[in-house]
Write a protein that binds this ligand. Sequence first.
Ligand SMILES: Cc1cc2nc3c(=O)[nH]c(=O)nc-3n(C[C@H](O)[C@H](O)[C@H](O)COP(=O)(O)OP(=O)(O)OC[C@H]3O[C@@H](n4cnc5c(N)ncnc54)[C@H](O)[C@@H]3O)c2cc1C
Length: 428
Amino acid sequence: MKEYYDVIVVGTGIAGLNTCINLDKNLKVLLLAKDTLSTTNTSLAQGGIATARDAADVKLHIEDTLKAGKYHNDSKAVKIMVENSFKSIKSIMDIGVVFDKSNSHLHFTREGGHSTNRILHVKDKTGRYISKSMFEAISLNDNIDIYDHTTVLDILVRSGACTGVVLKIGSETRIINSKIVMFASGGIGGLFKSSTNQAILRGEGIGIALKNNVSLKDMAFIQFHPTALFDGQTGNRKFLITEALRGEGAILYNVNGDRFVDELSPRDIVCDSIRKQTKETGYVLLDISFKEKNFILKRFPLVYSRCLEQGIDITKEPIPVFPAQHYMMGGIKIDTYCRTNLSNFYASGETACTGVHGKNRLASNSLLEGLVFSRRACDDINARIKEIKMPGRETKAVNNDFYLEFDPGALVIEEIKRRTDCYNDEFQ
Ligand SMILES: Cc1cc2nc3c(=O)[nH]c(=O)nc-3n(C[C@H](O)[C@H](O)[C@H](O)COP(=O)(O)OP(=O)(O)OC[C@H]3O[C@@H](n4cnc5c(N)ncnc54)[C@H](O)[C@@H]3O)c2cc1C
C-alpha cells in the first residue's frame, strides 16, 4: 500500500465497485474492504434491480418510489435515479451482467409496491452476479490497489477538507493520504439482534462521519424486511426470502391458515401486518409450493437450497418467516453528486442518504441508487481532481489508545435513539 492516492474508496459493494469502474483510469485509486472482498450486502441481493422499462414507465416508477417513501423523498433525486435507470443498468450489461430472459426478451419481475413488472434479475442471485462482473471489470485496471481485511477507523480532516484515512491492516494502524475519500461502506445491520445484513456491517462509515461533524440525514428511518427465514435464534444473520417470491404469486398466511395482507403492499405495511400475527408464534407462513416444481427450482435456486438446509422443502411446504432489520434509508447526507458537507469527502450507496427512499425504500431501488449516484460522483471527481492539491504528509501521530476504544457503531445507535425510540428493543 502506498502512502498517497488520488482517491480512496472504502467498500467493495455496488457503490464502491462502480466508483472504481468509472473513475478516470489515470488516477491512483485505493479500494478497501473490511472483511473479504465479497462480504457485502451487494453479494446477498437476490430479488433484482428496478428500472423504468420505457419513457411511459418513468412517471410510474417515480410515483411508486414516492408513494412507498410516504412522499418524504427528495423528489429531485428520485427523478434523477429513475431517468438514469435503464442507462445505468445497460452499463453493467456492457461489462458482462446477463439478466434472465424469457422468450429471448429481458424478464421483468415484480415486487411489493411496484405497480408493474420492472425488476431485472439473475435468478435469485442478482447481487452476486453483478459483483462478479464488476470485479472482473476492475481487475483490468492496473491503477487500482485492492486490500481486503483492512478497516478504516477514521478520516483525516485538515483546513476544512478531508485529506485521507486512518486504517488498520493486520495489527498495524496507518495513515494514508489522498485528494478524495469516498465512503461506500454499506449499512448498519450488524448493530441489530435480527438482520438480513452481513454481520460485519455496523454503520462504521456513518459513525466516522458523525465524529467528524459531517451532516447526516433521515437517521430515524430503518427498513425491516417482512420475510426473513425464521430460525428461532437472535444474533446471527437471517436468510432473506426474496420479495420476488411474492412477486411470482407466493401467499402469506398465519398459523391458522388465514390470509391477512395484500402480499404486494410496500414492505412497511406487510411488516406491520405480520407483527400483529406473530405475537405468539414468532412467525407466519409464506407458501409458493403450489407452483410447478421446475419453475421454483429454476427461478429460486438459492432460496430452495438454503431452506432445504434447514429441513424445509419449499416445493412441498410453506416457509416460516418474520420481519428482520434490512436497510438503512438514512445515512451520510449527500447531494446528487455524492458530495457531503466536508470538502473532498464523498459517500455513496447504503451508507449515504440522497433522500431518494424517503421513509421507506421501494424494493430493488437500492442497487439502482448505488449504481446511478456513484457514477455521478465519478463525473464530479473526474472533473475536479486536477484542481485539488495532494495533501502534505499528516504530521500528527495516530492515537492508538483512542482507536482501541472508539466504536463508530455505538455512535450510530446513539444517534438513532436520539431521533426515535422505535428500535430500542431491536439493537444487539
Ligand atoms: C439479503 C439482502 C438482499 C437484498 N436484496 C436486494 C435486491 O434484490 N435489490 C436491491 O436493490 N437491494 C437489495 N438489498 C439491499 C442492497 O443489497 C444493499 O443496500 C446494497 O447492496 C448496498 O451496497 P453498498 O455498495 O452501499 O454496500 P455493501 O454492498 O454492503 O458493501 C459495503 C462495503 O463496505 C465495507 N466496509 C464497511 N465498513 C468498513 C470499514 N470500516 N473499513 C473498510 N471497509 C468497510 C465492507 O467491507 C463492504 O465491502 C438486499 C440486502 C440484503 C441484506
